[in-house]
Design a protein around this ligand. Structure first.
Ligand code: HAM
Length: 423
């Protein structure tokens, strides 16, 4: 038997219904926020992610799915959405011919060759947004408000918003130097990855999962102490806007995030319920004012976030969040024999096109098994089509709950159902 690839999963049944509900909610929310839907290719030139996400990140050094196509091109399955959306922004010259700010949202599969565990997959879905062309801290606050409001709409309660700032390029540089000075004497106490990070990107040492509880990490310099006036002001304003939107947050000075492109605000939302598991970061993001330029576009501010959809689904299950899902169908049609199937199929089509959830037996079950099937499908009505019904166009329809039976003309069927099936 061929099995699914490691780190992937199938969607069906109740999970599928809950997922579709969440997807619909996301779409509706993005409409209210006036964001534009973007869809970019699942594979891109490998270069895009090397330069976009950062050469020193775990994602690029260890986790990308790289391949050569038959034309010998180097391609990569996207590990995240931001670099692709930035590529699209530049390639489609949106900086010149689109309404600024460009506010993009996206939803789709991402691929990372990570060690699979609960909440961590090799193919996973992200919902994310990217805003281009505003340096205003209100844009940062708006972006942070999106996942918070989605969780609120869904009824998810146990969440915690952590924010921090890395400052602008100047502040980041000062902070980088301070970290190098601080970690130099301890270099041999760090894990192998961190030794490498020390040379390439010392900020990422703070993001280490191995050394995280060591005292040298806890006592490391804080970004907040190396901010210039501009960066301080930006962060203060982000907090002010969050306060005015009644969004609760904590400032976590060790939050640096695992991707290289951030400047100023970074944030993560975690599931803060006891026992949720180690992969509890539901979403993360921040500002990236240099990324568009790094990828050969004009200097353009950017800010965004992405959320792991699987982790969201797990959190919803974990908190037993109920959803108003459709449970059952409106009509189940039973043709009594081969001869009535054409007429039954015609009726079935009419009902579906008029908005009724309808199913029909095409497995030639006997009447008894068909009634069992109607119960299993939780059908409100059962329509039986025999020879007489087909010849006279008068339908026998049974309320499957009260067991009352009605005879009505087929042309009156839609009106009958409209009256008898409430919203
Ligand atoms: P990220 O932190 O790498 O950021 O991923 C965002 C979210 O995707 C994580 O918080 C997590 O919920 C989910 N996620 C990541 N890896 C996995 C995995 N292997 N399995 C399941 N879920 C996963 C980014 O991707 C940035 N592009 C976010 C961003 C957008 N920053 C600015 N704009």
């Amino acid at each position: 038997m061929i099995q699914k690839a490691k780190g992937t999963y199938d969607v069906f049944g109740e999970y599928g219904k809950r997922l579709l509900y969440v997807e619909e909610l996301i779409e509706g929310l993005m409409e209210k926020y006036n964001y534009e839907y973007f869809r970019t290719p699942i594979f891109e030139s490998s270069n895009l992610f090397h330069r976009g996400v950062g050469e020193t990140t775990d994602i690029v050094t260890k986790e990308t799915y790289d391949f050569k196509d038959r034309g010998d091109r180097d391609l990569t399955l996207r590990p995240e959405g931001t670099a692709s959306i930035v590529r699209s922004f530049i390639e489609n010259k949106m900086y010149g011919n689109h309404t600024i700010p460009v506010k993009a949202w996206y939803y789709g599969p991402m691929f990372r060759y990570e060690r699979p565990q609960s909440g961590r997959f090799r193919e996973f879905y992200q919902f994310g947004v990217e805003v281009f062309g505003s340096e205003d801290p209100l844009a940062d606050a708006e972006v942070i408000s999106i996942p918070v409001n989605l969780y609120k709409l869904l009824g998810l309660k146990g969440i915690k918003v952590n924010i921090n700032t890395l400052g602008d390029s100047e502040s980041r540089e000062m902070y980088r130097n301070a970290l190098i000075k601080y970690f130099e004497p301890y270099i041999n106490d760090l894990c192998e990855d961190c030794k490498e990070r020390f040379n390439k990107n010392p900020l990422r040492i703070l993001d280490c999962k191995v050394d995280t509880n060591k005292d040298i990490m806890k006592n490391a310099p804080k970004t907040i102490d190396y901010l210039n006036e501009n960066s301080k002001r930006h962060f203060e304003m982000v907090k002010k806007y969050l306060d005015s939107m009644h969004i609760e947050y904590s400032v976590n000075t060790n939050l640096v995030r695992g991707l290289d492109y951030y400047t100023h605000t970074v944030f993560e939302v975690e599931a803060s319920v006891e026992g949720f598991g180690s992969q509890n970061v539901l979403c993360g993001g921040g500002r990236y004012d240099n990324l568009v330029e790094t990828l050969d576009g004009p200097k353009t501010n950017g800010v965004g976030f992405a959320m792991g959809v699987e982790r969201l689904m797990t959190a919803l299950d974990y908190e037993n969040v109920s959803m108003p899902l459709i449970n059952g169908i409106d009509c189940y049609i039973i043709p009594m024999s081969e001869n009535e199937k054409d007429y039954a199929a015609h009726l079935c089509m009419e009902l579906r096109l008029n908005g009724f959830i309808t199913d029909i037996d095409y497995n030639n079950r006997n009447l008894k098994n068909n009634f069992k099937m109607a119960d299993r499908l939780n059908s409100k009505f059962v329509i039986i089509i025999g020879e007489e019904e087909k010849n006279t166009n008068i339908i026998t329809i049974k309320n499957n709950e009260t067991k009352e039976e009605y005879k009505i003309k087929d042309e009156d069927l839609i009106d009958f159902l409209d009256e008898n099936i409430g919203e």
